[in-house]
Design a protein around this ligand. Structure first.
Ligand code: IMP
Length: 198
């Protein structure tokens, strides 16, 4: 069966393709020559994932899924959440001279200064539009925000996120371990279980 993943990220595509196995042919946006930016202008991960999946479904009338991820910090009432990618650029932009991930981490550590309750979670929502019906899958990894950055693997907030049950941040962790326990892996595994049961 053919399925579209609304992403330009080759790495994500390859990883999910391997997990899905031979029964599925997974196509990315570049395989469909989609070069425009797909709108994701809502205030929740659920709505954004849904918007992206329906945009592609309506354009090609082919089954499709999309994902959206955010880091949710309890002491910050769930921020940066849906704004995780552009956290340091919203409101009064801070650290505009830094590349986005570094600026985001600096802002997060500043916001968390003096706060002892550092619980946080990464949450991924996948929206699948299959033959015109939508299904959603959620993956969560709980943890906490470290007091300072450590490690240089992974991306985004990995240097300051320490998953529950581990002493190291995601950025210090072997990538294969991160990919087994991550929010994205958990959401993807739910999607795969669902598809295998079809
Ligand atoms: P996306 O929806 O996968 O593009 O993720 C949105 C933003 O969340 C990214 O730009 C990162 O800042 C952050 N993010 C998502 N997944 C991870 C992760 O596994 N580690 C660290 N940061 C992440």
């Amino acid at each position: 069966m053919e399925l579209i993943f609304a992403t330009n990220n080759r790495h994500k595509l390859k990883e999910i393709s391997a997990l899905l196995g031979d029964n599925y042919t997974l196509l990315g946006l570049s395989d469909l020559d989609v070069s425009e930016k797909i709108p994701e202008d809502h205030e929740t991960l659920e709505e954004n994932a849904s918007q992206k999946a329906w945009y592609i479904y309506n354009k090609f009338k082919r089954s499709c899924f999309a994902d959206d991820t955010g880091l949710e910090v309890t002491a910050l009432n769930g921020a940066p959440g849906v704004y995780s990618a552009r956290y340091s650029r919203i409101g009064h932009p801070v650290f505009p001279e830094m590349e986005p991930a570094a600026g985001n981490i600096r802002k997060l550590l500043l916001e968390m200064e003096g706060i002892s309750g550092r619980a946080a979670q990464f949450r991924t929502v996948i929206a699948l539009v299959l033959n015109g019906t939508e299904y959603q899958f959620e993956g969560v990894v709980k943890g906490e925000i470290a007091l300072s950055s450590s490690g240089n693997m992974g991306f985004g907030y990995d240097p300051v996120f320490r998953p529950e049950g581990y002493n190291e941040t995601f950025a210090l962790m072997d990538l294969s371990l991160k990919n087994r326990i991550s929010h994205r892996a958990r959401a993807i595994n739910k999607l795969i279980e669902f598809l295998k049961g079809m």
